[in-house]
Design a protein around this ligand. Sequence first.
Ligand code: 1GP
Length: 255
Amino acid sequence: MSFDWSKFEHVTKVDPAKRLPESIDVLRHTDAVIVGGSDGVTEENSLAVFERLRAEFPDLPLVQEPYRSAHVSKRTVEVADAVFVPAVYNGDKTNFVEKHVGFFTELARKSEDVTGSGLPFVGSVLASKGRELVAELADGVVGEGYVVQNPDSKVAGLTNVEEHYTPEQIAGAALATESFYGFPIFYIEYSGRYGGPEDVSAAAPFLDETALLYGGGIGSRAQTDEILDAGADAVVVGDCFHEDTERFLETVPTT
Ligand code: 1GP
């Protein structure tokens, strides 16, 4: 599924390791859901969230954002519309190169699983099936150029973020995302803290094709509006959904 970001302004990040609110009906007001978190995520708890969301909101776009390839399986790929894989610019090499090569190594291995039956006659048929399967799985994987700007967040610790980017570096990362790496998404992550519009304003002029997402500490419509006005395509709201669904509703833009 390709995302037409002109249709998405409000995205909810649901952490499968956290309890869902008693009623998740408020998700009728969000444009898409990303399932992912930084701690305690498993394939099982991710699947449980996907299955509940799919049952209650059949038309809501659902995305998996894993931090390990172990969270992704044929079943999660089948139930999700896409898999977003962060490429953390200001993290360590594990979080830019190693994890990605590892992830695609796992996908390629799935073709071995199909072709490794030891049946010589049907081998070539199976081999082509295996390649089709890998192509299908890889097709749904979307890279996100990602900058982690809250050094106290769990995600900053996990990705070994050492450097807080200046607005000039944010602009450079945005430009590199679109013109060099070609990722369709640039994500400014302040997880747990509202970072304000400055980074978004720095990135936006350098992105035409690439969607600009901001996440972190959004808890009011005024903050959503401030980030969208600064040039983000969408805000991502996480904690607020788990903590207070009334307040969550107030983060949804009126238009
Ligand atoms: C976290 O960007 C998201 O990955 C949302 O952040 O939980 O602070 O809303 P919050």
